[in-house]
Design a protein around this ligand. Structure first.
Ligand code: MN
Length: 251
């Protein structure tokens, strides 16, 4: 079994049909995140019949104010998938009104997902790690994957103690701070992603099968055997999918 790509924008490749076919052929479980509720069903159509590609319903924080009204679609769409993303906060904006809408949108998404208890969320937290972790909290009923995490080590440790996972991508492995983050994640909380087509591998947009490059780079960084790490990542992903109900946190 191949290692999973837990965050990829499959609907945003110009040649998405080829990429989806290739992903299915390679057997790479892929969480196909989307950026707004109104495009979720188009992603479902693209991936109809797929065994490995899992469409996720999302509202990217940078679109939260523009697409806020689309949250009305959320209850229906959440009934169609366990996968949720891209969601979260992005505090690159200094506009307080926009930050407030991002918080409102994320709160609503978290609450709707909590009603199910078995959702798998891939979460963005640029310049907002502490607040994202606070909003989700230690007893969230669902699986949380912090994608491209760039918060402090103390925030990372807190998120790990809450049972959250961290997905490492090729861009992180190419930067000092990303490598420090990747090294600090407890092995049982590690996942990998491509964040394609926004992240490049070898001068072209990363595709799900490129998770293998991440596995190799990460194995080098952590000084562990590639096959052992791949097994670990596969097990971690299966644990995420198996998990139902509340994350159990030792008191
Ligand atoms: Mn993304």
């Amino acid at each position: 079994m191949s290692v999973a790509d837990t965050h990829c924008h499959l609907d945003l490749y110009p040649d998405h049909e080829t990429v989806i076919e290739e992903t299915e052929r390679a057997g790479v479980d892929t969480i196909a995140v989307t950026n707004a509720p109104s495009v979720f069903r188009a992603c479902v159509s693209l991936t109809r019949g797929c065994r490995f590609v899992h469409p996720a319903v999302g509202l990217h924080p940078e679109l939260a104010s523009e697409r806020y009204g689309e949250l009305r679609l959320l209850p229906d769409l959440l009934a169609e998938t366990r996968f949720v993303g891209e969601v979260g906060l992005d505090f690159r904006t200094r506009d307080e009104g926009e930050r407030t809408l991002q918080r409102k949108a994320f709160r609503e998404i978290l609450d709707r997902c909590a009603d199910y208890g078995d959702k798998i969320l891939t979460v963005h937290s640029r310049r907002s790690a502490e607040e994202v972790i606070d909003m989700i909290g230690p007893k969230y009923p669902g699986s949380v994957i912090l994608h491209w995490f760039s918060g402090t080590h103390s925030a990372l440790r807190r998120a790990a103690s809450y049972g959250f996972y961290f997905s490492i991508n090729p861009a992180m492995l190419a930067s000092g701070s990303g490598r420090r983050t990747a090294s600090a994640v407890p092995p049982e909380r590690l996942l990998v992603e491509t964040d394609g087509p926004f992240v490049a591998v070898g001068g072209r947009p990363a595709r799900p099968r490129d998770v293998q490059h991440v596995v190799e780079g990460l194995a080098g960084l952590l000084r562990v055997d590639v096959a052992d790490l791949a097994r670990r990542l596969r097990n971690n992903y299966e644990e995420v999918v198996r998990r139902r109900g509340a994350i159990s946190v030792p008191e």
